[in-house]
Design a protein around this ligand. Structure first.
Ligand code: RAM
Length: 893
């Protein structure tokens, strides 16, 4: 009986004892990507298992083509699970490769194989057999183009490669290919254009097939940039057009390509006009039903023209596409005092509405978009500036559903004209679109206002990560401002796996960089935009690659960006005089606190050359770290010597003997502290000046450049309570002001809306601008205290900074090694810290407690837990080192 019991216990325990397993297989950080043209792609995976202290000791990777192994790494003794390069024979175009991996843990146990695949793009220009085709356009209508072809043998695989000058939607036999929007995405179009690759094997039929392409104007052909430019051909290079080919491999081994060429026919459909700022005009009566299906009569259609553009601009896309990620229902319908019919979605979002209507032939419906209502409760669009942001739809007879295809909007409210009677909430839904990066981070606390702030940060990120990082996504701007991306990037890396999103963008940044090394204000840069080399904006080109490496642990981003980083540092160094950089025009601490009347001299203006010097040093120091990682020690030493001289020059120029900075602003003190500009012995004085300033104002005064570092500078220098005071300030200026005012995203101005709900018409006022959401980084990495100590969170720490009256606070993040989490509870007499450490990593845990004797783990004295290494006292903390697993530390106080 006893033996039976034992056996049963053993069987029940099996799943948990079950070994280490491997999940989340990725190639170049993407799950089963289609269209990679990296000849040495890199493999990564995540280890899972229940045992504490689980590490990988070895791995084996094998790559297959058509069931045959083309490369095996053999068993490699290594902890590397992030960046294992393919080292097999040359990869072939348009081919699906399978791959599998197994790992050995630190006890020698081996996992089962886990497998995945990827599909290659076109490695060489000769692989392109298609021709660029262009419809002959008379007006603004969106062209539709089609071709039928027949398939007579059985298909082994069919792969579509496609792109457009403008935007495209491809379809086969009446069905849209893939679920992406706004393809081919936005790049520095005058230098490179992405194409996408899709596995369309399952979409083709034996016999006749129809291949359709619908084109929109998109970034390529819309007016872009807030100067009211009429020229539609923004990039002014080519007409709207497309190039596409379906490469078919038959089961008998023969191949055929169905390509765009002169044999295609073109017409126009229901989209009469579609641009980024102004929206879409659709006439359902003009729709040509079944145009992309077999058997459609296209005899009245025109033949397309062929264009012989160089194919050199084509590049495989490597980031996640923009897709519909959420659907939001309206929460309220009401009529404004001005008599407008308005729907409220309860959330400021970026996307488009889908509308169901029982229409009369010729009935015109106009839908306008707004982020806010004015102080009287009326629909407010002044802040959209010249952007019309309207869907104009003309109905056919009967039930119909419509939405835009090539335009999208930033809105919380819709104004609906042209529908009689009351609106029915069920007839409307908003599709939220943004890039398909995995959302990896969460934060929660005992303070509901701060939780709301976190939600606003998340929605601000969603709304502005639409293929490129934009400043805003509603007015006539929506551009890739480098400064905004720079200051928000660290927060973004916690919230999402935005590796590929930024790998793509950084390539454009380097391509748009000026010959002298200046990085442009906008990436992709708008043709004719002359701004470049501005401090805090151009630094995106150094800070983002460096922080990218620290967040995700793949040094290829540093290899790719190294020259670009160096050129920007060289530009600044070259322009110094006696090691001080003060030339050029700069945005400075953009949108810092301004007092309404400044008789008291309270506006926070920071001397711009002082800011320049700080960012120059900070960028140079990150560049030096990058050079070290890449083994360029001589370069690192040389630049370090210059940096020291720049710091000395900073102190001589801007620091008074009694520890004032020439600009006595929060931003000046914050940058001096966080960028390590002053000697150690001066730090306490500078920190005290900062604290004094914060107390005197009772709130923050920082703009774009000081804000991301403000709370860090306080909590890193012994003023954690002041950091919380600033965070929790509910009036203007502060993060919770907009929360209290009902904001559901981050605002561009600290007072985008006044307390009486009037909206200042400053000519620049967005309600969805993520930059000030940069405080998220402080919440996750300092307040909760979950912070990497080496690249990619291979090692990290949990060092909480409790305070501010919070009863609990927690954050979790899927790191490249798996989920890491920390949550603290601050109760009278007791501090609890729950942590989760993923396999193949180790963490340093800091518990606020006077001695290790007061600390338990999972209910037993910490000193008696074998899995926890006690390091000892460290300031107000006691410190421990742990391997993977879940732990609950309790400090009795
Ligand atoms: C405005 C926006 C943007 C900022 C630039 C300098 O257009 O506020 O976010 O980066 O100015």
């Amino acid at each position: 009986m006893k033996r039976l019991f034992l056996l049963l216990a053993l069987v029940l325990a099996m799943p948990t004892m079950a070994q280490v397993s491997v999940t989340d297989l990725k190639v170049n950080h993407l799950s089963a990507p289609e269209g990679l043209t990296d000849r040495t792609p890199s493999f990564s995976w995540i280890l899972k298992g229940d045992t504490r202290g689980l590490m990988q000791s070895a791995y084996e990777v094998a790559v297959y083509k058509g069931g045959k192994c083309v490369w095996s790494s053999g068993k490699v003794k290594s902890e590397n699970s992030l960046t294992v390069p393919y080292e097999g024979p040359e990869l072939q175009s348009g081919t699906r490769y399978g791959w599998k991996v197994r790992v050995w843990d630190n006890k020698g146990k081996v996992s089962k194989w886990a497998s995945s695949s990827w599909l290659t793009g076109l490695f060489s220009l000769e692989d392109w057999h298609a021709k660029w085709i262009e419809p002959k356009l008379q007006d603004d209508r969106s062209p539709i183009m089609r071709k039928e072809f027949s398939v007579n043998k059985s298909i082994a695989s069919a792969v579509l490669h496609v792109t457009a000058h403008g935007l495209y939607e491809a379809s086969i036999n009446g069905k849209k290919v893939g679920d992406a929007h706004l393809t081919p995405g936005w790049t520095a179009y005058n230098k490179r254009l992405q194409y996408q690759t899709y596995d369309v094997t399952a979409m083709l039929a034996k016999g006749a097939n129809a291949f359709g392409l619908e084109l929109g104007y998109g970034w390529y052909h819309s007016r872009m940039c807030f100067r009211d430019r009429a020229d539609r051909y923004m990039y002014n290079i080519h007409q709207v057009g497309a190039i596409a080919q379906i490469d078919i491999t038959y089961t008998d081994g023969t191949k055929e390509s169905i390509t765009t060429d002169r044999s295609w026919k073109a017409s126009t459909g229901e989209i009469l006009h579609s641009t980024i700022y102004d929206g879409e005009t659709i006439d359902a009566r003009k729709a040509q039903q079944g145009w992309n299906c077999v058997g459609f009569d296209d005899s009245a259609w025109e033949q397309v023209a062929e264009a012989s553009y160089s194919l050199g601009e084509l590049t495989a896309s490597e980031s996640e596409p923009v897709v519909t990620r959420e659907r939001v229902k309206p929460v309220k319908y009401f009529i404004t005092p001005a008599g407008e019919k308005v729907l409220d979605f309860g959330q400021n979002l970026v996307g488009r509405e889908v509308v169901k209507v029982n229409g009369k032939e010729g009935q015109e419906i106009v839908i306008s978009h707004a982020e806010v209502l004015d102080e009287k409760g009326n629909f407010y669009t002044t802040n959209l500036r010249t952007a019309k942001a309207q869907t104009r739809y003309t109905c056919r007879e009967g039930e119909q559903t419509f939405s835009t295809k090539f335009s999208w909007y930033g809105f919380r409210y819709l104004k609906v004209e042209g529908i009689e009677g009351d609106l029915n909430l069920d007839d409307f839904v908003a599709e939220v679109i943004f890039s398909d990066y995995p959302e990896t981070g969460h934060f929660e606390s005992s303070n509901s206002l701060v939780n709301h702030l976190q939600s606003n940060i998340k929605w601000g990120m969603r709304g502005n990560f639409v293929d490129v990082p934009t400043d805003c996504n509603q007015r006539d701007e929506r551009m890739g401002w480098t400064g905004d991306a720079h200051v928000f990037f660290r927060t973004a890396t916690f919230m999402g796996d935005v590796q590929n999103f930024f790998i793509k963008w950084l390539k454009d940044l380097a391509l748009d960089q000026w010959p002298g090394g200046e990085i442009t204000d906008l990436v992709p840069c708008i043709p004719g935009w002359m701004g470049a080399g501005r401090t805090g904006w151009a630094d995106a080109g150094v800070t983002i690659p460096w922080q990218h490496y620290m967040a995700y642990g793949d040094k290829r981003v540093l290899e790719n960006q190294y020259e670009s980083m160096k050129r920007w540092i060289d530009f600044m160094f070259r322009n110094t005089q006696d090691f001080l950089w003060s030339s050029g025009w700069h945005y400075g601490d953009w949108l810092a606190y301004q007092a309404e009347n400044d008789f008291g001299g309270r506006s926070a203006v920071t001397y711009r050359p002082l800011i320049q010097q700080c960012f120059m040093v900070h960028s140079a120091e990150q560049f030096i770290e990058a050079a070290k990682v890449l083994g360029k020690t001589r370069v690192a030493e040389r630049y370090a010597a210059t940096v020291e001289k720049c710091k000395k020059a900073f102190c001589e120029a801007y620091l008074t003997p009694r520890g004032h900075l020439v600009s006595s602003t929060q931003t000046a003190y914050v940058l001096a502290l966080e960028f390590d500009m002053v000697p150690d012995e001066v730090r306490p004085t500078i920190a005290a000046r900062l604290a004094e300033n914060v107390r005197e104002y009772g709130h923050l005064t920082t703009g774009f450049l000081g804000t991301p570092y403000l709370c860090h500078a306080l909590s890193n220098n012994g003023y954690t309570e002041l950091a919380y005071r600033i965070l929790l300030h509910e009036g203007y200026p502060g993060w919770l002001y907009s929360v209290k005012m009902g904001g559901t995203t981050i605002w561009e101005l600290w007072d985008s809306m006044k307390p009486d709900r009037t909206i200042p018409d400053t000519g620049m006022n967005s309600f969805n601008h993520y930059s000030k959401g940069a405080v998220g980084d402080w919440l996750y990495r300092e307040a909760v205290g979950l912070k990497e100590t080496s690249a990619g969170y291979k090692t990290f720490m949990v060092r909480p900074n409790p305070g501010g009256g919070f009863k609990y606070m927690g954050a979790d993040k899927v790191t490249p090694y798996g989920r890491a989490a920390a949550k603290w509870y601050d109760e009278p007499g007791k501090f609890t810290l729950e942590v989760e450490v993923p396999a193949n990593t180790t963490a340093e845990i800091y518990v606020p407690s006077p001695s290790v004797d007061a600390v338990t783990v999972d209910g037993v004295a910490v000193t008696s837990v074998a899995d926890v290494k006690v390091v000892g006292k460290d300031g107000p903390y006691t410190k421990y080192v742990v391997g993977s697993g879940k732990y609950k530390f309790v400090a009795n106080r």
